[in-house]
Write a protein that binds this ligand. Structure first.
Ligand code: UD2
Ligand code: MN
Length: 576
């Protein structure tokens, strides 16, 4: 039996004002909306005037504040209050088998109530904040492909239980060609019994999450679109701070802090409020530590919105008219990946703001690998999407992506001209502007002299990261000319970089290491001389030399002597 959270002591919880709120009537599925739509046929872009926005919601949508005590809904049942669930003895084999279906512990998820309680994880300062009395309503759009029943429905219940009813227009579920029976009629019949309007739309075939979200967005009735993944849980007070930021300024795009729901135990674990979104040369989204600069801008107040360079992509709210105005999503992207950076760059470069709102927390089941198929192959799909991002938004910094992923050059990424036209039409700023003003800490250097291989004049071998991680030794190997691990940038700040790592020599006798770039000079500062080809470590005054006999893959630091083994060729265009 599914029960929903009801707290009538404050008069604003679910089920308390049922009689007075007609929108609470269980709406049958609207057949028009539930119909299969041709996704490719998305209407021409609307021109939207953002100037005269009015807060003109009906008076009965006035948002009332409520403070609900956090209590275990089903005391003693597994996973309440976000606690971890243990696999019953003797069921490990079955657990492992079921894990493969979704790449998370389905057995654990299925054992947890669909509306389990969660702790209130907010900072104290968040609990007493005042928000505008009038706020826009939101429709929630959730796309899924082969999602598990329990995670999908728990996502819905966490929204229902923890969103002020007056702010919640509807939930739109977009099924992206799932192949599981329970996601058909059974899902439609089930959601019709939920106490909020929930609709199921279906893409005509596998479209990928980007075009599936576009389909959902087309049907949104609320003023704000909130996108969520299909395996999340919203916590107390998650929605109000998001909508409040948009109520003040419609060009803000806002994300909650994404907490972690363990894929093994479904434990709810809070994430740091000191991380923001960045990206590496491969155009993978990455979390990095918030720099001091941004902490100071917020006067050290951790409850203040954080201006993040990029977003993870799955969980955010955006004004519907602004979403349309700023170019929705790139319809040319398939299945998964890249759309989060595309949207982040587009928002910043075209005049918007992207924020993480630390008072809003939503948990997400992070997985180690993808559970579903990628028609066309995962590498090709993701490369294609990223190539589109690079080609449209990144100007010359696209070279970092293509040098790092030489395979991307031969991927057919389709026609990007409509997106370039959008960029021109919206008069968006350059990628340089973005790096200078929004992301000076970026892993892509603002000014650099060189990008390419670094070849030893004597051995004709090239510096090579050998795919090693931060803290490990720099290597050399046969020059393959394919980029990737043999691509380095020599920057104006005198770093020798590969992706987010820099050549670093803390010990003048020891090996040269790859260490996360800190941008502070020190042991990561090198001088390259175009005349004699030397790469001199500034702190020690020693020069990078070809490996000696002890280890033929390990370049060494030696007193500078202008020998051939200390000459390094940065061939091609060197910009001084
Ligand atoms: C992250 C984002 C995700 C998306 C992705 C990059 C978070 C928490 N998640 O990956 O939203 O931005 O990065 O593209 O920030 N899906 C479909 N059709 C498909 C493939 C996926 O509907 O062909 C659904 C899927 O069921 C899920 C959502 O799209 O509900 C996101 O996919 P994911 O959970 O595999 O992505 P994730 O969290 O690894
Ligand atoms: Mn996800």
């Amino acid at each position: 039996v599914i029960m929903y959270y009801s707290d009538c002591t404050t008069g604003s919880g679910w089920g308390c004002n049922k009689a007075s709120d007609s929108s609470l009537e269980r709406r049958a599925l609207n057949p028009k909306v539930a119909k299969v739509r041709d996704v490719k046929n998305i209407e021409a872009e609307n021109e939207v005037d953002l100037g005269g926005w009015q807060l003109d919601y009906p008076a009965d949508k006035l948002h009332k504040w409520h403070a609900k005590p956090v209590v275990a809904e089903h005391p003693g049942s597994p996973g309440e209050m976000g606690k971890p669930v243990r696999t019953p003895a003797g069921q490990e084999a079955l657990m492992k088998e079921k894990f493969k279906l979704n790449q998370f512990n389905l057995m654990a998820s299925d054992s947890i109530s669909l509306n389990r309680s969660l702790p209130d994880v907010r900072l104290e300062g968040c609990k007493t904040k005042n928000y505008p009395p009038l706020m826009p309503t939101t429709s929630i759009v959730i796309v899924f492909h082969n999602e598990a029943w329990s995670t999908l429905l728990r996502t819905c219940w966490s929204i229902i239980n923890r969103s002020p009813r007056a702010l919640l227009e509807e939930i739109i579920l977009v099924d992206d060609a799932s192949e599981r029976d329970y996601l058909g009629k059974e899902l439609e019949e089930h959601v019709a019994t939920l106490p909020v309007p929930v609709f199921v739309l279906r893409t005509p075939g596998r479209n990928g999450l980007i075009r599936a979200r576009l389909l959902g967005a087309q049907h949104v009735k609320g003023q704000v679109i909130t996108f969520l993944d299909a395996h999340v849980e919203c916590t107390e007070g998650w929605l109000e701070p998001l909508l409040a930021r948009i109520a003040e300024d419609r060009t803000r795009v806002v994300c909650p802090i994404i907490d972690v729901i363990s894929d093994e135990t479904f434990e709810y674990v809070t994430a740091s409020d000191m991380t923001w979104g960045g990206f590496n040369w491969k155009l993978n989204f990455r979390w990095y530590r918030v720099p001091q600069r941004e902490m100071e801008r917020r006067n050290g107040d951790r409850t203040q919105p954080l201006r993040t360079p990029t977003m993870a992509g799955g969980l955010f709210s955006i004004d519907k008219d602004y979403f349309n105005k700023i170019g929705r999503y790139d319809e040319g992207m398939d299945i998964w990946g890249g759309e989060n950076l595309e949207m982040s760059f587009r928002i910043w470069q075209c005049g918007g703001t992207l924020e993480i709102i630390p008072c809003s927390h939503v948990g997400h089941v992070f997985r180690d690998k993808s559970p579903y198929s990628f028609p066309g192959g995962v590498v090709n799909v993701v490369m294609k999407n990223s190539a589109r991002v690079a080609e449209v938004w990144m100007d010359e910094w696209r070279d970092f992506f293509f040098e790092m992923n030489p395979g991307a050059r031969s991927v057919d990424y389709g026609d990007v001209s409509p997106r370039r036209e959008l960029r021109t039409k919206l008069q968006c700023k350059s990628f340089r502007w973005f790096l200078e003003n929004i992301y000076p800490e970026s892993q892509m250097p603002l000014d650099y002299y060189y990008l390419g291989e670094i070849r030893n004049a004597e051995t004709q071998s090239c510096l090579d990261t050998l795919g090693r991680k931060s803290g490990e030794n720099l290597g050399t190997s046969y020059c393959h000319g394919l980029g990737g691990n043999q691509v380095f940038a020599y920057t104006k700040r005198q770093q020798v970089m590969s992706d987010d790592n820099c050549l670093d020599a803390s010990n003048p006798n020891g090996p040269v290491k790859l260490v996360r770039c800190h941008g502070m000079g020190g042991n990561q500062m090198w001088t390259y001389s175009q005349e004699d080809g030397s790469i001199r470590h500034v702190n020690s005054g020693r020069c990078l030399q070809k490996p000696d006999a002890r280890d033929v893959t390990l370049p060494v630091l030696k007193p500078c002597d202008k020998s051939l083994g200390q000459q390094w060729v940065m061939k091609g265009s060197f910009k001084w």
